[in-house]
Design a protein around this ligand. Structure first.
Ligand SMILES: [Zn+2]
Length: 436
């Protein structure tokens, strides 16, 4: 239906012209204000007239999906691997499915924690201002960028092998994660030069949905970690990678929440995740990609404004979203996480919560059991009572009213107290910095 068009644009008229020009940027070919505006990176322009993607059985998205995911994203990722830009070779890491009902996936990755950039900010605040002095993506070299990713008009995608940056816009880029946890592990960095902190806004969140839709493959997922929920860089970014296994969370049963108000005619559905160690909400449907993205973005905005750390998994090409408010770092700081779990040094971010657990020690990998995975993730989850409370804040923020209320009195009280006092999940003393 929608074929991809590939356009080549003349970039330099002659080599002489390029050589004779003033040296471009700071000379490091970085992603800062010195070099990015004068760069000529490849550009993928996605179709912005976006309906929710067709089901995978309808093969109409095929040509596009093949190009975007296979030729461009994974092809360029492999090119960077061959150039030695990664800190270790993730393709040699052992992976196994842990025996059991859930099918947790374990990976042994002994290189990651040794070579990872240290976390440089407090973990008890979900929203923190961007700090140009700390590590951020403007400091990265352009060789780590696979392509720019921008919205176009209409319903056709375009690719330009080399495109000048329009001075008026801050480029959104897809770059490699130099400490990958899987094949094709990349970062989507919205409006990079705007130096946005790690904070969800509707416009950036929609970009992540578009990337999932363009990839059009259920094994290519995007994820988001807030500060306090194991984001390690306070510069707005989403992660994504390709892993051809279903995630346990994607197989878990869900229970639709009946709504009295708020979702009429939207085609949207909100469900509770059932029989899974981490309590979460599942968002599906909607008439357009934007409908779904907006309702999840507004849920995230509610959480971050209430200082509740959270993780998001964008699954099924942007058709199914999992939202997990979490409290692991808080429990860890309060000394409430069992030593056995702490000893494995796993930071339960979005991938771990989804059931893909990256282990740092061979012993833990060999001994990994469903019981271990379950008890690790159970530490991440809010308690049932707290989850209900947080769900109520979210629904109030996005204008949803549940159809059936089991205990009207309790809910009424919660709503009243929420309005009078802002929620604060943190019990750390001011200035407390927890080293991860
Ligand atoms: Zn530069």
């Amino acid at each position: 239906m929608e074929m991809l068009t590939i356009k080549r644009v003349p970039t330099v008229l002659s080599n002489y012209q390029e050589d004779a020009a003033e040296p471009r940027g700071c000379g490091r070919n970085c992603l800062g204000k010195c070099c990015l505006p004068v760069s000529k990176l490849p550009l993928y322009v996605f179709k912005s007239a976006a309906e929710l993607p067709d089901s995978p059985s309808g093969a109409t998205e095929k040509p596009l999906a093949d190009f975007f995911l296979n030729s461009l994203l994974l092809g360029q990722w492999e090119d960077r691997m061959s150039k030695g830009l990664f800190r270790y070779d993730v393709t040699t890491c052992e992976t196994k499915v842990i025996p059991g009902e859930q099918g947790f996936i374990a990976q042994l990755n002994e290189g990651r924690h040794l070579k990872k950039r240290p976390t440089e900010f407090r973990i008890d605040r979900v929203l923190q201002p961007f700090d140009p002095a700390k590590f951020n993506f403007t400091k990265v070299g352009q060789e780590e960028v696979l392509f720019r990713f921008e919205a176009g008009g209409g319903n056709k995608a375009h690719f330009f092998e080399s495109a000048p940056v329009d001075g008026a816009t801050s480029p959104t880029v897809v770059a490699i994660n130099v400490s990958p946890i899987e094949y094709g592990h990349v970062l989507l960095i919205p409006r990079l030069l705007d130096c946005l902190p790690q904070r969800i806004d509707a416009e950036s969140f929609l970009l992540a949905f578009h990337m999932a839709a363009e990839a059009g493959n259920p094994y290519f997922r995007l994820g988001y970690n807030s500060l306090g929920a194991f984001a390690t860089i306070n510069h707005l970014h989403f992660q994504a990678y390709y892993l051809s296994l279903p995630f346990p969370v994607e197989k878990a049963p869900t229970e639709k929440i009946p709504m009295a108000k708020g979702l009429a005619n939207s085609g949207l559905k909100v469900s509770l995740l059932m029989n899974y160690p981490v309590r979460g909400l599942v968002y599906e449907g909607g008439n357009t990609l934007k409908d779904l993205a907006d309702v999840v973005a507004n849920s995230c905005i509610c959480l971050q404004e209430n200082n509740i750390p959270f993780n998001v998994l964008i699954s099924d090409s942007g058709r199914r979203i999992f939202l997990f408010p979490q409290c692991y770092a808080e429990k860890q700081a309060l000394g409430e996480v069992s030593q056995e779990i702490l000893d494995t040094q796993v930071n339960p971010a979005v991938w771990e919560i989804s059931g893909h657990i990256v282990l740092k020690r061979k012993k833990d990998y060999e001994e990994a059991s469903e019981d271990y995975a379950w008890s690790l993730l159970a530490e991440v989850s809010l308690s049932e009572e707290r989850f209900q409370e947080v769900k109520a804040y979210i629904f109030e923020a996005i204008g949803l009213v549940e159809a059936e209320v089991e205990d009207a009195d309790v809910n009424e009280n919660k709503r009243t107290s929420h309005q009078s006092t802002p929620v604060d999940t943190t019990h750390f003393p001011e200035g407390c910095l927890v080293q991860q």
